[in-house]
Every structure is written in C-alpha cells, then in structure tokens.
Ligand binder design. Structure first.
Ligand SMILES: Nc1ncnc2c1ncn2[C@@H]1O[C@H](COP(=O)(O)OP(=O)(O)O)[C@@H](O)[C@H]1O
Ligand SMILES: [Mg+2]
Length: 349
C-alpha cells in the first residue's frame, strides 16, 4: 500500500491517485475549495466526479452546511423543476402540499448538479438566474427566494460542443465553467490502477469478511492493461466481485471477467468485433455527411451511435424499457427522454 502514501500526503482523503493527472485534480480541488467559485467537473462516467464534488464541499468553509446532490439526468423536466426550485400547493395536479426545493435545502452549503448536460433549455434559463442573481421562484409562486449556496456541476459530455450544437446555452456554459476540473479517464492514468485495486481489495475484503490480502502479479498485469471504459467504478465492481468469489487469500486472474483477461472476443448477439467496427465506420460516414454545419459533426455522429445502441438493446429486450435501461446502465427516465429524442417509440413498450 505504499502508493497510498503520496495520496494521503498531497491528495484528498479517500481519493486514491499519485499520477500527475490526479495530482493536478488534487491541487485544483484544494485551491478552489475555500473560495465560493462555481466548479465544473468534467470527465467520463465513473471517473470520480462525485467524489471530488464532495471533497470540494468538505474542504470548504461550508463543510458544516448541507451537501445536496441532484441528478439532472434522472428526472423529467417538470419533476426536476419542482425538485430544484420547489413548488406551492396547487401549482400542478399533484402538488397537494407546498414543497421546498433542493436549492433551498442547500442554503449555507453546496449543491451538486450531476449530469448538468441533460438540463432542458427552460431549466437552463432558470439556473442561469440562480447563478447570476442567487434567486428564483418556486413553481406556481410569485414570491422570490434568495439562496446562498455554492454550485458544483458535473458533465460527462463536452458542454462546449453541446453549446456549439445549440443544445446548451452558451451564457450558462461560461457561467458554469469558472473553474473546470478534468477527471482523466482511468486508461490515461493506469499507473494508479495498482493502488486503486489494493484500496478496493482492502475495503471489500473487510466488508465481506474475506481473507483476500493480495493481488496476483498476473491479475495486476491484466488490470493495468485493460482499457476501463467504465473507469474507476468498473474497476471497483470487478474487484468487489473477485473478492466475494475468491477461495484463498490471493486474487487470482480466473476471478476476473474474461474480457479483462483479454479473452473471449466480445459478441453482441451474432455480431463480432469486426462487424461492430464496420457498423461504426458506416455510422461515422453517414454522420459526417449529414452534419452540414461546422462544429456539429461530433454531437451528430454520437447521436447516431447512441440511437443505434439504444435501438439494438431495446430489440434485445423486446422493447421492455426497465430491462433496456438496466442493461444499458442508465436511468429509466434518461432512457425515456432518449426514446423521445430519437423517436424510438415504435420499438419500445
Ligand atoms: N480516485 C479514486 N479513488 C478512490 N475511489 C474512487 C476514485 N475515483 C472514483 N472512485 C470510486 O469509483 C466510483 C465512481 O466514482 P464517482 O465519483 O461516482 O464517479 P462519477 O461521478 O464520475 O461517475 C465511486 O464508488 C467512487 O468512490
Ligand atoms: Mg456520477
């Protein structure tokens, strides 16, 4: 566990990493924490954004105040609006009571707006006002409420690209982007994999009363070279699984999923990897030819790929949204929105 030492010296409690990229994350987090500046956390899913958001709060003078997290990708627009801003009795059909919103709940503390990229245009306008004036009204109310809360937002999409494509307000993007902190994907700081793996090994051995104490060199080799599309969260899941299944005191490589060991070409239905590559090539060509305006190619192509992915999994799950969402690892409401966005109603039930 020697790799833990630098992390606890210069780093942040509970956040493992000694690579230059993670040190930069620690430096920025410490530096920004005692200010009241808005922080924008950028990075792929599972890369540690929420962990850093909590650290910003814990290291700030607001640490004794509340830390409130809202996942903006998990709720429909109207539910999210009343979740964030609250509503008054009678504001809409189901508003049988007055309700305090999350901004009010975060007064004196920090509000963490996760998946800010999924915020609708209307709510982007309301949020901009909170950022600029610190005020808003509850849904259905005329009384203006003033709050004092620090905003930390996270996105797994490039807001600059989204705003170039007209999907995210540019003024809001600039307001949020005061201090951006970029969480690198795990594949770009694989030198941190051993310390992370040891950390999770220790945690899950303790939680599950397992006597696993070491990771076999061969296992560590696989862990270091795997590409980790799901980042630290994916590593954490595989270590937990391996610890639970382990018979002895060593985490041997047979306890790791075959694809981490570089075995078993991943198959999706009857398609092989090269079929997939072909499909991607076709989608990219199509997307590039369809995106006529400058700067829209990336979001457009990604949209096509995402639509195809959702379509395939919906078919695989016979249109059952609950199963499709869990298969994809996304929230049902997110799936619902995407089905709307990509007009996939015919495929789903
Ligand atoms: N550097 C790190 N050290 C220790 N645990 C981490 C680190 N980065 C991520 N994790 C763990 O991985 C999981 C995913 O992290 P999270 O902050 O939720 O990612 P994100 O919000 O970017 O999706 C969490 O269980 C978190 O505790
Ligand atoms: Mg997250």
């Amino acid at each position: 566990m020697s790799a833990d030492l630098p992390a606890s010296h210069h780093g942040l409690p509970g956040i493992i990493g000694a690579s230059p990229a993670m040190r930069e994350v620690f430096r920025l987090t410490r530096k920004v924490a005692d200010s009241s500046a808005t922080v924008l956390l950028l990075g792929e899913t599972g890369s540690g954004k929420e962990l850093v958001a909590r650290a910003v709060h814990e290291l700030s003078p607001r640490r004794t105040g509340p830390f409130v997290r809202v996942n903006c990708g998990a709720l429909s627009e109207s539910l999210l609006e009343s979740e964030l801003f609250g509503h008054v009795k009678g504001a809409f059909t189901n508003a049988i009571e007055n309700r305090t919103g999350r901004f009010e709940a975060a007064h004196g503390g920090t509000i963490f707006l996760d998946e800010i990229n999924s915020l609708s245009y209307t709510l982007q306008v309301k949020l901009l006002r909170v950022l600029q004036e610190h005020e808003f009204e509850r849904v259905g109310d005329t009384r203006t409420i003033t709050v004092d809360c620090r905003i930390v937002a996270a996105t797994n999409r490039d807001l600059g690209e989204l705003s170039a494509a007209g999907k995210f307000r540019e003024d809001l993007y600039y307001r949020l982007n005061v201090v951006p902190i970029y969480l690198p994907p795990l594949r770009d700081h694989s030198e941190d994999v051993p310390a992370l793996a040891q950390h999770f090994l220790k945690t899950y051995a303790l939680n599950n009363s397992r006597a696993v104490t070491a990771i076999a060199p061969e296992s560590m080799g696989f862990l270091r070279t795997y590409a980790w599309p799901g980042n630290v969260r994916e590593l954490e899941n595989y270590i937990e699984r391996a610890v639970v299944l382990a018979e002895g005191d060593i985490l041997t490589s047979d306890l790791l999923p075959p694809h981490v060991r570089g075995e078993a070409p991943q198959r999706v239905g009857r398609a092989t990897r090269s079929d997939l590559q072909q499909m991607c090539t076709d989608l990219v060509a199509l997307g590039l030819s369809q995106s006529t305006e400058d700067g829209t190619a990336h979001p457009h192509v990604m949209g096509l790929v995402e639509r195809e992915l959702i379509l395939q999994v919906l078919r695989m799950c016979q249109g059952t949204q609950t199963r499709t969402a869990s298969r994809l690892g996304i929230n049902r409401n997110t799936l619902h929105k995407k089905i709307d966005e990509y007009s996939l109603h015919a495929e789903s039930r």
